[in-house]
Unconditional design. Structure first.
Length: 99
């Protein structure tokens, strides 16, 4: 299992827009065959900061996600709403064990 934590800092005036666009991306992403989890969390202390917790069966599933129309639309839509470039941090998932 591969996990990617995507840290996003959004301009304050675009928080609601970001949430709406990211909900659409989330809803489509969890339908992908190689997706194990796709959580979107928002900081309680700073509501302009988000983390997308993505878990994928393997590298092929993660790569396929980045070619989907919903991801490409999300990426284009939210680009100008970022206060700074998003940062993806890859992890190897240990537990729970994936098949």
């Amino acid at each position: 299992m591969l996990v990617n934590l995507v840290h996003v800092h959004v301009k304050p005036e675009h928080v609601d827009d970001f949430i709406a666009a990211t909900r659409r991306n989330h809803e489509a992403s969890v339908q992908e065959p190689g997706n194990l989890r796709f959580d979107v969390i928002q900081s309680v202390e700073d509501p302009t900061r988000f983390v997308l917790y993505e878990a994928w069966r393997d590298e092929a599933a993660m790569a396929a996600h980045k070619e989907t129309p919903h991801y490409l639309t999300w990426r284009e839509t939210v680009a100008d709403w970022m206060a700074e470039p998003r940062q993806g941090v890859p992890y190897r998932g240990l537990f729970p064990a994936s098949e």
